[in-house]
Write a protein that binds this ligand. Sequence first.
Ligand SMILES: Nc1ncnc2c1ncn2[C@@H]1O[C@H](COP(=O)(O)OP(=O)(O)O)[C@@H](O)[C@H]1O
Ligand SMILES: [Mg+2]
Length: 275
Amino acid sequence: MRIISVCNQKGGCGKTTTVINVAAGLAKLGQRVLVVDLDSQCNATTGLGIDTSEIEKSVFELLVEPKKTNLEDVILETQYENLHIAPASIELSEFESRMAGEIGRENRLKKALLPLHSLYDFIILDTPPSLGLLSVNALNAANEVQIALQAHPFAFDGLNLLLETISLIKEELNPKLKITGLVVTMFDSRTKLSREIVDKVMNIELLSNCVFKTCIRQNVKLAEAVKARKSVLTYDPSCTGAEDYLSLSKEICLQNISQITPDVTANKNIETTVE
Ligand SMILES: Nc1ncnc2c1ncn2[C@@H]1O[C@H](COP(=O)(O)OP(=O)(O)O)[C@@H](O)[C@H]1O
Ligand SMILES: [Mg+2]
């Protein structure tokens, strides 16, 4: 069983699109998958076809009132076989203030997921655009981090902070945590910049051995699929977005995690500019 937290505190870099479509891809490959939506914007929840007005209990209740909340009341089936979701809700935006002063507040998600370990092959965590308490819960509950990096001039801004946070969580809370993937998203093969981003990331010692071969190309069908509340694999199975996410799902499925040993405690500063 693998618990993967898809991270990058930058908004709009393709995390949720990656979570939705990798989850659908893995489910299509026969894996039992649970998506946990930790973002109060609920994009993974709605993107997988769930109507937020029909949610009775969300991840919020699971984290804030664990004793009063049954997992069965939170987890929903989706339109896809093998793919379930623990939906988010807008209340998650209050999680941090509600948890102020609570002992063990970083452990809430880890504890909530414990009974699920035998039920799924993959639990994939979609994280909000900040490194606050919800992201800390995600990194503490996960055994793997996969980073979504947009092929964009500012792609590397904030990457040092993310790596430092991962390193700190590993030291203080979750020694088993490993960076097992980095996926370049919104790749445009026509631009020099996209290729430079990939080259640059391949030169970062800490990350070079976990960069996925598959880059996710820019494809408007990916945005359309989210609006249509479907995975791109069913929205338009022949588009490049579907091809890329299926290819990425296969790579993730076949990864030999024990061979990846990135030293997340090495805090080498990464230059944040791309010429
Ligand atoms: N490969 C891509 N090609 C085109 N648009 C994309 C691609 N990946 C994501 N998008 C769009 O970019 C926006 C941000 O993506 P999203 O996955 O929501 O990012 P995040 O979860 O990191 O905030 C969304 O509108 C999404 O539809
Ligand atoms: Mg998102």
